[in-house]
Design a protein around this ligand. Sequence first.
Ligand SMILES: *Cc1c(COP(=O)(O)O)cnc(C)c1O
Length: 471
Amino acid sequence: MNKNQLYRRIPKVDSLLKEERIRTRIRSCGKEPVMKAIHEETDELRAFIEDHEEDEEAVDTRISEMIPHIEERVEKDTQMNMRPVINGTGTILHTNLGRAPLNRHQAARMADMMTGYSNLEYDLDSGKRGERYAHFEQLLKEITGAQAAMAVNNNAAAVLLVLSSLSEGGEVIVSRGELVEIGGKFRIPDVLEQSGAVLKEVGTTNKTHPEDYENAIGEHTKAILKVHTSNYSIVGFTESVGTAKLSEIAKAHDLPLIEDLGSGVFVDLSKYGLTYEPTVQDVLKEGADIVCFSGDKLLGGPQAGIILGKEAYIARMKKNPLTRALRIDKYTAGALEMVLKEYRSEPEAVEHIPVLRMITQPYETVAKEAEDLCGRLKEKDLQAEIETQESEAQIGGGSLPLERIRSRAVAIKPKEKSVSALEEAMRRLPVPIIPRVAKDQILLDARTIFPGQHALLADELKSLIGGEFQG
Ligand SMILES: *Cc1c(COP(=O)(O)O)cnc(C)c1O
């Protein structure tokens, strides 16, 4: 058939605009994205005809699918690129999945703050300019016993600010066993250089002794830095100098002892069966003058870099011009206050902060949740073998790298699709599901999946491997 005759079969824009389904889209999304989708679809159809001139039937089929295609295009175009996903990986602080989630109640209160004005830097008592740290500084002091506190954009920024404020132009002593790379280009030696300080390495990779620090102190020394080796572990013939001993050395030479704690935890996790991780409170008690850590690792809050310690040092940081470039934004300041409030009572914190809840949840509870999810999937008659099995969750985010938390997962062995094809399809769902992929099965770890997501997860999997969709 003649190409031009086929072109004429493509519905005109005017007639498409009269279609009820198209009009519904215009009502919900506005005319502009719908018009864009119509034009794109028409262009693609013309290209299709160009290639399939001989195949009248194929062209007609393609034309008959025009409206659903337009709907799909509008859907894709108006959907946000960043969107919620279901974390089935069992990694609680998954940096690629945004680390710590807030709970619904916390998020709902944030909505008020985000859609209106706030007293971010306005002191309601005096009616004058206030500090954005004022909203959470007192809380941090109460929880940790620190003299003063502030927060910046993230912990990388905190380390940079601390070093730049306390040691620019001088030397900072760091153990060779603590010259770590955290990931995303954050390496302690590079950050030190960036801050304008000179790195003075002491000790060896596996062992550093108190004398190593003492012998390195000279007239140019400005600080001692201790870095928590969050994301790896040296085992065997090892020795490092603890905070208490380092604090003695620092005091004797009138130097600040700075600790980059990485994760920063307020709750003693050993009470819940995990390895003891020094809490912020303990480290301050042992004599660290300044500590800094992330807001969105074990603390379970928003992305932030929290800095605590001696008032005189914190005052220098607040005055540093870098602070303006690294400052915490207003949403974060609000979210941080909200999460910190939970820590005034440990049981509340463990109950209300999703990260702590996931970490401390007893295995039996997780196993029940896995059974619930498994049952819902079985009800959907999926083309797959489905069962629960033992699993190991992990904390992630470079925290407690060796720690494994006993968990339970739903294992899915698809019958007609390969595991990799199913995994890819799961990533393309409206609410993408990110599983852990084992050799011949997909694992959904119940520890990181919220029970409120079970129904949605089951519906979504049905759309991929439900019985009636299989040919
Ligand atoms: C994670 C980590 C950082 C970086 O913190 P961000 O909040 O991701 O910027 C710095 N130091 C240590 C020891 C860490 O573990």
